[in-house]
Write a protein that binds this ligand. Structure first.
Ligand SMILES: [Zn+2]
Length: 162
């Protein structure tokens, strides 16, 4: 008998917070009101409110990561260009988050620290960190570096322009 093996692109970062793989439905995250539906977390406040009385309560992976301070992406933005365009660049970063969150409500910025001439952003997913780096590169050129940690725990994205 032949085994059919479905080839899926190997994920570069392991996400321990996606376990347990399935929850009873409906389940609602008591922190952010995401709804677990069809085996994934979605944003549907209307439906979430409708079922809230009977729904199980379990925090979504994003809220648990934020609580535990478990970042899966770190973006470092530095260089003179940043110093001279701080506001514009932070706005771009926030726009990327708004866009990504519509695609996957678990992709969020966890923290944003501005220290003198650089900013460090922690994200709940590697996708969002990479999306921010690529958007910066697209908008302003500069140097983009994406590095996966050796133990597949997180991705580091460095963007710099002088
Ligand atoms: Zn949540």
């Amino acid at each position: 008998m032949r085994k059919i093996i479905r080839k899926e692109p190997k994920k570069k970062v392991d996400d321990p917070y996606l376990l347990p793989r399935s929850l009873p439905e409906p389940t609602i995250c008591p922190s952010c009101n995401l709804l677990y539906h069809d085996k994934r977390w979605i944003r549907n406040d209307e439906l979430a409110n409708m079922v809230s009385m009977i729904a199980y309560k379990y925090k979504c992976p994003s809220c648990r990561k934020i609580e535990d301070h478990y970042a899966m992406g770190i973006v470092n933005i530095s260089g003179n260009f940043y110093v001279n365009h701080k506001e514009e660049i932070i706005n771009l970063v926030k726009n990327v988050e708004e866009k990504e969150i519509l695609r996957n409500p678990l992709d969020r910025i966890m923290s944003l620290k501005n220290v003198k001439d650089k900013v460090t952003i922690e994200t709940t997913s590697e996708n969002l960190a990479i999306a921010i780096g690529k958007a910066l590169k697209r908008a302003y050129k500069g140097n983009l570096e994406i590095k996966f940690s050796s133990n597949n725990k997180l991705v580091r994205v460095n963007w710099q322009r002088d």
